[in-house]
Design a protein. Sequence first.
Length: 116
Amino acid sequence: QLQLVESGGGLVQPGGSLRLSCAASGDTLDYYAIAWFRQAPGKEREGLSCISKSGVSTNYADSVKGRFTISRDNAKNTVYLQMNSLKLEDTAVYYCKANRFASVYWGQGTQVTVSS
């Protein structure tokens, strides 16, 4: 069974950058489309970006378009989310999700805090 572990979160100042990783184990990530979500306190989980199995196709929410970049390294079984020009409102727990047909897997999340 696929397991996902996010890492790379932390405290950063506005305008700074972070790179999140979503490392998979238990199965080959090549089989899965991957998406990044986030959830801020008191808010619903928000879809940010997704990437196809091959990495050729990507999509972004308007809130992060032009600032965040999703990528994957199937050889390392890892998907990344490069986050630049971070804003206070980007503070949230960030999750990756993998899906293949009817199967959906979530990681445990990593906290990103943007604060001066």
